[in-house]
Design a protein around this ligand. Structure first.
Ligand SMILES: *Cc1c(COP(=O)(O)O)cnc(C)c1O
Length: 386
C-alpha cells in the first residue's frame, strides 16, 4: 500500500481503538429543532441555533432577496471587489449592538480568531489563554508567534500571578478567553479579567460565540449582569444564535482599521456570500424587536438543570460529564433511541477523561420536550454516571 494511505489507515485504526474516530452523520434539519438521521426523527439538543433563526421566515426571506439582488457569491476578497453593500450595513449594526465604534466581519468565527490575534501580537509579545478556550483562539495564538502562557480555567488569581511574573518582559500582552465556554456552558469572570487587563496594561479579547443573542438581552456575555464590561476586542460568530454564517470583531475604530488592513484571513479569503450577510442583518432585527426571545434558551436550560438536579445553568449549554469516550457515546445512543439528538463530545475537543454529553437548549424547545428529556436523563443516564 502507498505510504500515504498506509499512514491514514493506521492513524484511523489507532483512533478507533480509543473511541476517538469521528464520522460525519448526515443530518436533515427540516426545521430548527427537528432532525432526521438514519431515517430516525429526533428532537435536537445539539444545535447552536439558539433562537431557531436558521428557519425564521424573515431571515430566510432576507437571504433569498440578497441572492436575487447581489448573486450567490461575493466574487472576490473584500479588499478586491467582494465588499458588497450589505457588509457596511451589518458592521454598523454589530458595532451599535455591542456598543463599540466599529466592527469587522470575517468569513467565519474560526477565520476571525486566526486572523485577529496575529495582527496584534508578535514575537516580542505575550498571549495569556484560558485553558478551556476554543480551538480557534489557540490557532490564532500559535499563528501569532507570540509567547503563549495558559491560565487555569476561570482562575483569576492564576492569571494575576502570570501577569505579575511575565508582563514586564513583553511589549504587548493579550488576554484571551471564551465569554461563554463552548463545551462547559459556564461564563468567564469578565469583570475581573477586565480589571486585571487595565491594571497590567494588557488587552482583553473575549470570544462570545455562545453569548450573542442569548445573554444580556441578546447583547452578549459582557452585558450578562446588566452592566457593560469594558472589553477591548469583542469577537463572535454569525453562525450560532444569528442562524447565519460568518465571524466578527467589534472594537475601536483604529483597531478595526488595522485589522482590515492586515488580517490575513480577511485579505486572502473570499468575502461572505451576500445571503449570509443579509441573513445576519435580518436576525439582528428579529432579536432587537423581541428581547424576550433571547431569554428563552437559558430559561429552558435552567428548567432542565433544576429538573435533573444538576448545577444551575449559566448559559444555554449544559454539560453532563461522563468520563470515558465509550460511556459518552453509549449515553448519546441511549438518547437517540428515545428520540433525542445529543451528540457526545470527546477529546481532544475536551480534556481526556471528561467525555460528555453536551445539551444545547433553544428558544423553541417546548416545556414538554424539556421535561421528557429530563425524565429520560434521570431514568437512563444519571444512574450509570457514578
Ligand atoms: C463555534 C465557535 C467558534 C467558531 O465560529 P464559526 O463561525 O463556527 O467558525 C469560535 N469560538 C467559539 C467559542 C465557538 O464555539
Amino acid at each position: 500500500m502507498p505510504s500515504l494511505e498506509q499512514f491514514a489507515k493506521s492513524k484511523l485504526a489507532a483512533l478507533e481503538a480509543v473511541h476517538r474516530r469521528r464520522v460525519l452523520a448526515e443530518t436533515d434539519r427540516a426545521d430548527a429543532i427537528h432532525v432526521v438521521r438514519d431515517s430516525r426523527a429526533m428532537v435536537s439538543f445539539s444545535c447552536n441555533d439558539y433562537l431557531n433563526l436558521t428557519h425564521h421566515p424573515a431571515v430566510k426571506a432576507a437571504a433569498v432577496a440578497a441572492i436575487e439582488r447581489y448573486g450567490t457569491g461575493a466574487g472576490a476578497s473584500r479588499l478586491i471587489t467582494g465588499n458588497h453593500p450589505l457588509y457596511g450595513a451589518l458592521e454598523d449594526r454589530l458595532a451599535q449592538w455591542k456598543g463599540t465604534e466599529a466592527a469587522c466581519v470575517f468569513g467565519s468565527g474560526y477565520l476571525a480568531n486566526a486572523g485577529i490575534i496575529p495582527v496584534l501580537i508578535g514575537p516580542d509579545d505575550l498571549v495569556l489563554v484560558d485553558a478551556l478556550s476554543h480551538a480557534c483562539l489557540w490557532a490564532g495564538a500559535q499563528l501569532s508567534r507570540g509567547h503563549v502562557e495558559v491560565f487555569r480555567h476561570n482562575d483569576v488569581d492564576h492569571l494575576r500571578a502570570l501577569l505579575e511574573s511575565n508582563r514586564g518582559r513583553y511589549t504587548h500582552t493579550l488576554i484571551v478567553t471564551d465569554g461563554v465556554f463552548s463545551m462547559d456552558g459556564d461564563l468567564a469572570p469578565l469583570a475581573a479579567l477586565s480589571a486585571l487587563a487595565e491594571h497590567y496594561d494588557a488587552w482583553l479579547m473575549s470570544d462570545d460565540a455562545h453569548g450573542l443573542g442569548v445573554l444580556g438581552d441578546g447583547h452578549g456575555s459582557a452585558s450578562a449582569d446588566g452592566g457593560k464590561i469594558k472589553i477591548d476586542l469583542q469577537m463572535g460568530t454569525l453562525s450560532k444564535a444569528l442562524g447565519s454564517y460568518g465571524g466578527y470583531l467589534c472594537a475601536s475604530r483604529p483597531v478595526i482599521d488595522l485589522i482590515k488592513t492586515r488580517a490575513r484571513t480577511l485579505i486572502y479569503s473570499t468575502g461572505l456570500p451576500p445571503a449570509s450577510v443579509a441573513a445576519a442583518l435580518a436576525a439582528l432585527d428579529v432579536i432587537a424587536a423581541d428581547t424576550t426571545l433571547c431569554r428563552r434558551p437559558l430559561d429552558n436550560a435552567r428548567a432542565f438543570t433544576r429538573g435533573c438536579d444538576l448545577v444551575l445553568a449559566e448559559s444555554p449549554i449544559v454539560p453532563l460529564i461522563l468520563g470515558e469516550e465509550a460511556r459518552a457515546l453509549a449515553a448519546s445512543e441511549t438518547l437517540e433511541e428515545e428520540g433525542f439528538l445529543v451528540t457526545a463530545i470527546r477529546p481532544p475537543t475536551v480534556p481526556a477523561g471528561t467525555a460528555r454529553l453536551r445539551f444545547a437548549f433553544t428558544a423553541g424547545h417546548s416545556k414538554e420536550d424539556v421535561a421528557r428529556l429530563c425524565t429520560v436523563v434521570r431514568d437512563r443516564i444519571l444512574p450509570q454516571k457514578s
